[in-house]
Write a protein that binds this ligand. Sequence first.
Ligand code: NAD
Length: 307
Amino acid sequence: MAASTDAIPQDHTIGFIGLGAMGTPMAKRLAAAGFKLILVDADADRARALAKELTASQASTAREAAMQCRLLITMLPSSDIVAAVLEGEHGVLAGLQPGTLLIEMSSGSPARTRMFATQLEGRGARLIDAPVSGGVQRAISGDLAIMVGGDDRDIARAEPVLKAMGSSLLRTGAIGTAHAMKALNNLVSAGGLLISIEALLIGQRFGLNPGTMVDVLNASTGMNNSTQKKLKQFVLSRRFDAGFGLDLMVKDLGIAVDVAHDTDTEVPFASLCRDMWARASEVLGPGQDHTAIAKLCEQLAGSELRG
Ligand code: NAD
């Protein structure tokens, strides 16, 4: 059934920029909810193929998409890339219509996001930050947790769109707060995965079976999202393909530690966590899934986890 877009008819058309592991299933949910999409990606073949599959349109630049709609979504790797998509002769700002609402769904830097909002406001447009949690599987099922920061009226306007992609909309406050929250969520998630892997390595050396350990953790107070959804599925199976890049996690942890610095918060454990993930990225190289951090832990421990 089509989502309710009656309140603002022009919002029926959405320019969707960034069609990667997350953007593609999110765009599919919007298409299934009845929205008309104009798709943009640096990989033009990817955008073309998805446009064909969804009977949607493709724009060759962000500017072209901005000229054709009053609602834009960005789902890009980082705030640096969002800035590149906004600025320049082919960027969003060059084609922006007054009254446009940009929903920034990438996991970005709160400080940069506030600057983007000011840039847009100068052109009569608005921005909210709406990063997501739940990974590729929940993007496919339309069951994402969506954190939302910004003005009440802008959020109300975005709600029918967000509800087509997520089952929980979590209001966090002013613009930028959702991006801060997302980075802090990933700090907790990254710490949980890292300590769980180290616990398995210690236990295996002691004579425990790693699979049994995961079962015990999941029935005990050590349970976390990684013990439930990552250790057996992606680490012990040695698939290392959860769908969330190692480089993206390192970026998010950098944002979390930047927020700590900006707020004068002393966080030695969080800093160590960020450093370990950054080291994994250096040692393992580009193109790795975040669950591959287990390989760094194994190298340091001098043993490999057995499934
Ligand atoms: P991805 O690397 O799979 O996809 C990014 C897409 O952006 C690619 O299709 C790429 O071609 C496109 N792109 C890059 N530069 C561009 C440009 N200048 N113009 C247009 N398109 C450009 O990333 P992803 O996993 O989909 O993640 C997107 C965002 O969502 C990131 O901020 C990430 O941290 C966040 N996130 C990811 C997950 C996950 O499980 N993958 C979960 C929650 C949040």
